[in-house]
Design a protein around this ligand. Structure first.
Ligand code: FPP
Length: 248
């Protein structure tokens, strides 16, 4: 499955040690529809690809993998699709729990979980606790996530802390704001990948990805393999990353 014959530039000096890759997994619906199948079949295949990619993260040099699984806009989809996705997420947690514990995967969720059903909220709480001691791969799933919503919630929390006298308004800076975001325990992503040929950012990590590289690929998510990621990473290693400065 993982093609070792493709030269891998993981040790390229341009690649950070603990890579954080964020992915907008797009194209499940089209993948299924192209075959005359219901959209949920595409999501199921997409979940399989998630499992394979997570498994290969250590090989790929990815320490942090953040996946956009359900946006604050996705509630507008049909009830059937929304319910199907919610049960897919629950099934993924139940089925993968053992493997994640064995393989050192720490699973976290970002987004406003208060709108998710009670069972899913409980499962999320459970798996986050179960895997809290793991440190080999940090898998973060964005569920009912929207970047503007996240920043709005953070701003509310900051305003409350200022009103309560816990925080001085003059002390608010980048770092302080970052600590109020759902991603407070994660480094900023080095790379954001979007599949399926769409070239929008769609409200995914707008604050955190301010200096990230972006890669847009035409591959639909159910066709996206660890080898697809490996090729993207090799390309990424060759790019110059300046952070607004000038390289010597
Ligand atoms: C976008 O494709 C994909 C989603 C809205 C769902 C992503 C979910 C998964 C990959 C399933 C499992 C995830 C985890 C973390 C277990 P789309 O439906 O918008 O495709 P389209 O643009 O072709 O319609």
């Amino acid at each position: 499955m993982f093609d070792k014959s493709v030269p891998h530039d993981r040790d390229h000096p341009a690649l950070p040690r603990d890579l954080h890759v964020a992915v907008i997994m797009d194209g499940n619906g089209r993948w299924a529809q192209n075959r005359g199948w219901p959209r949920l079949v595409g999501h199921r295949k997409g979940a399989e690809q998630v499992r394979k990619l997570v498994e290969m993260c250590p090989e790929l040099g990815i320490r942090y993998l953040t996946l956009y699984a359900f946006s604050t806009e996705n509630w507008k989809r049909s009830t059937e699709e929304v319910l199907g996705l919610m049960s897919l997420f629950a099934r993924y947690i139940r089925r993968e729990a053992g493997r994640m514990k064995r393989e050192g995967v720490r699973l976290r969720f970002i987004g406003d979980r208060t709108r998710l059903n009670d069972d899913l909220q409980m499962l999320i709480q459970w798996i986050e606790t179960e895997t809290a001691g793991n440190d080999r791969v940090h898998l973060t799933v964005a569920l009912n996530y929207g970047g503007r919503d996240e920043i709005t919630r953070a701003t509310r929390a900051i305003a409350r802390d200022v009103a309560a006298g816990k925080l001085d308004a003059d002390d608010i800076n980048d770092d302080v704001l970052s600590r109020y975001l759902d991603t407070r325990q994660l480094p900023d992503p080095d790379l954001v990948v979007r599949t399926s040929g769409e070239t929008r950012v769609s409200n995914f990590l707008p604050w955190q990805a301010a200096y990230s590289e972006y890669v847009f690929t035409a591959t639909l998510w159910p066709d996206f393999t660890p080898l697809s990621m490996q090729n993207i990473l090799n390309d990424f290693a060759k790019r110059e990353r300046r952070f607004g400065g000038v390289n010597a």
